[in-house]
Design a protein around this ligand. Structure first.
Ligand code: ATP
Length: 150
């Protein structure tokens, strides 16, 4: 068994008091969040920040304090069984325009319900559910203020 670990984030932005989540379409066809392998000596949040920058061009992420979730899945590659852990943070951006890298074939900003449908894997859907539930309680989130004003 080969073990892999990646880190990434559920990236969201706010427009007219609505929240939009960023989904990426991977070359293999699935829709997921921005994430990638942890480089040697790198802290998980730094990996997430770097991957978001490399995969989307977004440079202004602000991590939402207190959110850190882990999923585990298995897949096969070149006849090798791979056990993979991915740690997800939650991060806000003000950037709308995305520039995807060669690793992806599409990107979309979607409201919660649509993002939930579009995500391919159940474990990614769970992460989105947790993110969406966490945001109204988050201390350092501009959305909380926006929600109170409604
Ligand atoms: P990374 O973005 O971490 O560098 P990657 O692009 O190399 O990852 P993954 O997105 O982990 O690869 O996909 C590798 C395999 O795992 C694919 O076959 C994919 O379908 C599957 N996979 C990806 N995410 C999940 C998930 N949440 N649950 C189950 N299988 C998944």
């Amino acid at each position: 068994m080969v073990f892999e670990k990646s880190a990434g984030a559920v990236v969201f932005r706010r427009a007219k008091n609505k929240i939009y989540y960023l989904l990426l379409r991977y070359r293999l066809g699935h829709w997921d969040f921005s994430k990638g392998n942890i480089e040697k000596g790198e802290k998980l949040k730094d990996t997430a920040k770097r991957e978001i920058r490399e995969e989307t061009g977004i440079k202004d992420v602000k991590f939402i304090k207190g959110f850190k979730e882990r999923i585990k899945y298995f897949y096969k590659f070149n006849d090798k069984n791979i056990s993979k852990i991915v740690v997800f943070f939650l991060a806000e951006t003000k950037t709308e325009k995305i520039k995807i890298s060669f690793e992806h074939i599409g990107s979309e900003w979607l409201p919660y319900e649509q993002a939930l449908k579009q995500l391919t894997f159940l474990k990614a859907k769970d992460i989105l559910k947790k993110s969406n539930g966490f945001l109204p309680k988050a201390k350092n989130c501009a959305i909380k203020t926006a929600m109170r004003e409604n």
